[in-house]
Design a protein around this ligand. Structure first.
Ligand code: F3S
Length: 393
């Protein structure tokens, strides 16, 4: 892999051990994926911020990196952590809260924005064609497929290294030839709800592995539908982008391989992801990936003047940024007794420690992870059904 003189100096440790480690992570990755050089990036998004998923082991390394004085050199954002200081922190043991806070401070010291969201594109939408190093798989698919920004699916360490060096290896979907569709997916099923798009994603992720699909037959999906599709697809597969049929050159030449998706595939996927027949969940969770402003407004309108039932919780997860932007609607939602939870989500916080054993959600991604990550039973249903369950008549 070709390195400039400056990059070589960093690699050899002339600028200190911290930069050297970051450069070595990037070069190792580049060599693994046959990159010929490093390219500059405009943004990095780091995962592994939640103490629940990260644990203790990497904290010492991160702390040493922060103490070395190195800082991010590009727009650098953070994935959700495990806590929301208003609704959740007081419900967990102090030891867990302290450990999470320590991690947050470490990232802040390195210059990361305290975004704590899996939808950084709602805070600052990346421009078309820019190169980035993002580590949240749902955001990666959304960036490549919907926003037309270019990012591989980074791991936490490589996104962190990229944030500090400001570069990433020129491989994978950073190269135009690797962004072409490799298989046609003809969707014959009629997708009506958010949950149907999520189920399609779970179904396709398992079949496609890392093949980029050209999806036909979707009609006019909303951006939120596509967010659900991509998040779910990245949960069960390694796909980091999809194409929709349109006028663009890449989608005109169709690859020869083709699969079709029928209504029964969607129905069966929703049934498979539903692991409980209990009528009353302990938690109804909306906002995986974190809600957009439009979703917050729609949820407020759907709730109207109704109140949340006393025997369950309703969480709406989003970023602090979106909550602030939609303050009027957020207040309306909270007047119902629902909790707008920023900075975290049901999957990356300790719901089991809150006595939550059953989760109802409209997110196929959450339904996929909750049985293992939350030790919870799951009911997957549309937003309307979730709200109907959570609210008094
Ligand atoms: Fe985001 Fe949590 Fe889902 S981090 S994508 S809301 S699992």
């Amino acid at each position: 892999m070709y390195l400039t003189r400056e990059e070589e100096r960093i690699y050899d440790g002339e600028y200190g051990w911290a930069k050297q480690v970051c450069m070595r992570i990037l070069v190792k990755l580049g060599e693994l994926f046959n990159a010929s050089r490093l390219i500059p990036i405009e943004a990095a998004h780091v995962s592994g911020v939640s103490y629940k998923t990260l644990g203790d082991a990497p904290t010492d390394f991160l702390e040493a990196l922060a103490n070395s004085g190195e800082k991010t050199v590009v727009e650098a954002t953070l994935n959700p952590q495990s806590l929301n200081s208003f609704h959740l922190a007081g419900r967990f043991p102090e030891s867990l809260v302290k450990k999470q806070l320590k991690l947050c401070l470490i990232f802040e010291k390195m210059g990361f924005k305290t975004s704590y969201t899996c939808t950084p594109y709602y805070i600052k939408k990346p421009r078309k064609g820019v190169h980035m190093a993002w580590a949240e798989s749902s955001a990666v698919v959304y960036a490549n497929s919907v926003l037309e920004a270019w990012t591989n699916r980074e791991g936490g360490p490589s996104a962190l290294a990229a944030a500090i060096i400001g570069k990433t290896p020129d491989c994978g979907v950073h190269r135009a030839e690797n962004r072409k569709p490799q298989i046609v997916v003809e969707v014959k099923a009629k997708l009506e709800k958010d949950v149907d798009y999520g189920a399609l994603g779970i179904f396709l992720g398992k079949i496609l592995e890392d093949k980029i699909p050209l999806i036909t037959g979707l009609g006019k999906p909303t951006l939120e539908n596509l967010k659900q599709l991509g998040a779910a697809m990245a949960s069960t597969g390694m796909v980091n982008m999809f194409h929709l049929e349109n006028a663009k050159a890449e989608t005109k030449q169709k690859p020869p391989e083709k699969i079709t998706v029928e209504s029964r595939n969607i129905k069966e996927t929703i049934e498979e992801l539903t692991t409980t027949s209990k009528l009353k969940p302990d938690l109804v969770f909306i906002g995986c990936p974190h809600c957009s402003s439009k979703e917050i407004r729609e949820i407020a309108e759907k709730i109207g003047n109704r109140k949340v039932r006393a025997d369950l919780e309703l969480w709406i997860c989003t970023s602090y940024h979106v909550k602030e932007k939609t303050r009027y609607y957020a207040q309306k939602i909270e007047a119902s007794g629902a909790k707008i939870i920023t900075d975290t989500c049901a999957v990356v916080t300790w719901t089991d420690k809150l006595g939550i054993k059953t989760i109802m959600t409209n997110s196929a991604k959450t339904a996929h992870y909750a049985p293992t990550m939350n030790k919870a039973e799951v009911k997957l249903a549309s937003l309307e059904e979730c709200l109907k369950t959570a609210l008094k008549e």
